[in-house]
Design a protein around this ligand. Structure first.
Ligand SMILES: Cc1cc2nc3c(=O)[nH]c(=O)nc-3n(C[C@H](O)[C@H](O)[C@H](O)COP(=O)(O)OP(=O)(O)OC[C@H]3O[C@@H](n4cnc5c(N)ncnc54)[C@H](O)[C@@H]3O)c2cc1C
Length: 293
């Protein structure tokens, strides 16, 4: 069902809306995404390409997503991009068929291995946390080139790491982007921040995984630097394309490895509204621009 809410109209139909979308999304096509990825590589950042989409309702759409990701992997190889891919398992059919999502992820992982790159499994709403981790547990021991995102706002994340860490790979620590009820997630920002810091400290102490600290929050970044200061194994920061570009540039200048999460594709609307929800100033910017001010 098409959602033609006023915000969607503003984003899709106005010059200001398109401008805001280009700030956070590389474009609708793989060509546009590859060009932006190459430019980010030239600035010293690695990239994670995200073909936008989630929660597909049938296997045709899941296979289409798989094929789009295969094309993306080929492009990473042919253009020599310093990039991996980020995948939402509900884009590969997890919402209705866990076995299908497992098979499609395994197929992508095999191709990524041929190309010499990795895949990060995004973490979605808490209704899917258990099945996302189960699929990861099924594919990562065979593939070996996966990583997974964990969300600091969930109470369950520490015990989940007991399952995830022994599998190696990379672990992307983020705060969590979905509206979750109080029985599964910390309701206060302060509790989420302190959970994030505890998890970042724990991951930095784990030599067998590559911690990817995914935040734009300056105190979290400062503490991660402290936690990682004596770490001998690699780790990295990750940030979203278009968010805190000043901080991104500074991290690169200071010599920290930084990977930029770069979304592309026609399904950019829900991604963008999530970014607007995180920071209402983005909406104010949009409304001002739409009003011509
Ligand atoms: C690389 C990466 C991958 C991610 N993957 C996932 C995932 O798999 N699953 C998931 O649930 N979430 C994911 N997220 C989103 C994450 O959970 C948060 O919702 C998001 O990063 C905002 O939290 P923050 O840590 O930046 O801190 P915040 O406290 O929200 O923000 C800190 C500061 O960053 C700036 N900022 C933050 N967001 C925006 C924005 N949208 N626009 C402009 N400025 C902003 C502001 O200056 C803000 O004050 C990912 C985030 C990153 C960076």
């Amino acid at each position: 069902m098409t959602d033609w809410s006023p915000v969607r109209k503003l984003l899709v139909e106005t010059t200001a809306g398109k401008g805001l979308s280009h700030r956070f999304v590389a474009g609708e096509t793989l060509d546009e995404a590859a060009a932006v990825a190459a430019a980010l590589n030239a600035e010293g950042a690695q990239v994670s390409l995200d073909f936008l989409g989630e929660l597909v309702g049938d296997s045709t759409a899941a296979f289409e997503a798989r094929d789009a990701y295969l094309a993306c992997l080929e492009r990473i190889g042919s253009d020599g991009l310093d990039a991996n891919i980020s995948v939402k398992l509900t884009h590969l059919g997890l919402g209705f068929d866990e076995a299908l999502a497992t098979d499609l992820l395994a197929h992508l992982a095999e191709r990524a291995l041929d190309i010499g790159t990795t895949i990060t499994v995004d973490m979605e709403e808490s209704a899917f946390t258990e099945s996302v981790i189960s699929v990861y547990e099924a594919v990562q021991p065979v593939a070996g080139n996966l990583g997974i995102a964990v969300q600091a706002y969930l109470y369950r994340t520490q015990p989940d790491l007991d399952r995830i860490i022994p599998l190696g790979g990379h672990v992307r620590l983020c705060k969590g982007a979905y509206a979750e009820p109080e029985d599964v997630a910390y309701p206060s920002r302060a509790r989420v921040d302190s959970a994030f810091d505890d998890l970042s400290k724990r991951l930095m102490g784990e030599p067998g995984v590559l911690p990817a600290i995914a935040t734009h929050d300056l105190p979290r970044i400062a503490l991660a630097k402290e936690h990682g200061a004596n770490r001998l194994a690699p780790w990295e920061f990750q940030m979203l394309y278009g968010v805190r570009r000043d901080v991104q540039a500074q991290l690169i200048e200071d010599g920290y490895p930084l990977r930029i999460y770069l979304p592309y594709g026609s399904a950019w609307y829900s991604y963008l509204t999530r970014r607007v929800a995180e920071r209402p100033a983005n909406l104010a910017f949009l409304l001002r621009a739409a009003a011509g001010k």
